[in-house]
Design a protein around this ligand. Structure first.
Ligand SMILES: NC(=O)c1ccc[n+]([C@@H]2O[C@H](COP(=O)([O-])OP(=O)(O)OC[C@H]3O[C@@H](n4cnc5c(N)ncnc54)[C@H](O)[C@@H]3O)[C@@H](O)[C@H]2O)c1
Length: 266
């Protein structure tokens, strides 16, 4: 996809962090933007920033862990913007705990937002994007944890591996359409991801004093706007994987080494 001006991008989790950065980057290319998020105060500020760039922007309150909420987002986006050309399935949360000690809520919340949220996005948008018969791109945010499992975040790893698998499958399944897909696998990015519990619903254990439960950001997190730029470049190049930290290549090689060795033992 190389034509952006006047087209529309929908970004879930677009109020802040990496989502906001992708939305600002697309707006700089002349795209109109739909911000989908649960944090409507933050979303309103981002809408104002984007409108200042001279493009249209609306915020649609959306909980990506609800299929009905994502279906409503798609209905609003297609009706009010006249089409959708980029979908960023980006909203995500993380919670911590040993695999043998996780609660039902730990699993349900993270799988609901990070994996089902992306699946619902694909269900609500992909077929309609294909029908449009215009160049389109779906970018789903996984993580480096979608390529190499990290300690203490099993539901996150499982969800993010799933997002990688879904993107790989879509690229094959939809190769004869004008809709392509990429998966974003960032390392540490300076956002509020470590305070994810601020958005944890009461039905999933609630936010509590989320700052007490906040995790530590990995060393040397990068600015989200760098990620926004990498995503735009990847869409132009139709690159399947988008990474952010060169030194994480060794980690990925380290994962595949033992898998390939298992074949050597046959
Ligand atoms: N920051 C990092 O270091 C990092 C690294 C790898 C992957 N990621 C991924 O990047 C994505 C964006 O996270 P971020 O780092 O910008 O964090 P963030 O917390 O700053 O932003 C996440 C956004 O998602 C929204 N959100 C949370 N739950 C939602 C829900 N149920 N429905 C709709 N919106 C919801 C939040 O309100 C927020 O605006 C996530 O998928 C995350 O897993 C982040």
């Amino acid at each position: 996809m190389n034509e952006f001006r006047g087209k529309t991008a929908v970004v879930t989790g677009g109020a802040g962090g990496i989502g906001r950065a992708m939305a600002l980057t697309f707006a700089d290319e002349g795209m109109n933007i739909v911000i989908a998020d649960v944090e409507m105060d933050t979303a309103a500020k981002t809408v104002t920033e984007i409108e200042a760039k001279g493009v249209r922007c609306i915020a649609v309150e959306t909980d990506v862990s609800s299929r009905a909420s994502v279906a409503n987002l798609a209905d609003r986006a297609f009706a009010e913007m006249g089409g959708v050309h980029i979908l960023c399935n980006n909203a995500g949360v993380v919670s911590w705990g040993r695999s043998d000690q996780l609660t039902d809520h730990d699993w349900d919340w993270v799988i609901g937002v990070d994996l089902l949220g992306v699946i619902y996005g694909v269900q609500a948008f992909a077929a309609r994007m294909v029908e449009q018969d215009e160049e389109c791109h779906i970018v789903s945010t996984a993580s480096i944890a979608g390529l190499v499992a990290h300690q203490g975040i099993a539901p996150y790893n499982v969800a993010k591996f799933g997002v990688v698998a879904l993107t790989e499958t879509m690229r094959v399944d939809m190769a004869d359409t004008k809709v392509s897909a990429s998966v974003l696998c960032p390392g540490g990015v300076r956002t509020r991801i470590m305070e994810s519990d601020r958005n944890r619903p009461d039905s999933m254990g609630g936010p509590g004093d989320f700052q007490e439960r906040a995790g530590a950001m990995p060393p040397e997190p990068i600015d989200p706007m760098i990620v926004g730029r990498r995503v735009l470049d990847a869409i132009k190049a139709d690159a399947p994987y988008i990474v952010t930290h060169k030194d994480q290549k060794a980690m990925v090689e380290g994962r595949f080494g033992p898998i390939l060795e298992a074949f050597d033992r046959l």
